[in-house]
Design a protein around this ligand. Sequence first.
Ligand code: SF4
Ligand code: SF4
Length: 111
Amino acid sequence: MSTLITEECINCGACARECPNNAIYAGGEPWHLDGREGPPLREDIFYIVPEKCTECVGFHEAERCATVCPVDCCIPDPDIPESEAVLIDRARKIHPDTDFGTKFVSRFRKN
Ligand code: SF4
Ligand code: SF4
């Protein structure tokens, strides 16, 4: 599942600085992945690129953006449910030089 930023966003930028996957962009900014550039998904508020978000699996025990957001506007996107296996696989693809092992941190398990 991707995390989603809601309309309550006050554009403080705290989440983007914390995301381990660089999945968060300011409104109006194009996003990048594997040398590709995509159009902004929002013009007015920060947004998350679903194909870059791992719900912080592999890096944190909870979604980091949600943890640091001062107005609690980073929430699970109910339209994009994904398993831990899918999310750690994504993390491995985004960070090919990182060995996550089998005991990686995840919001799905008690570490
Ligand atoms: S949940 Fe984690 S990976 Fe996804 S956008 Fe937030 S900080 Fe980035
Ligand atoms: S931390 Fe919250 S309020 Fe700040 S830019 Fe991110 S989503 Fe918006």
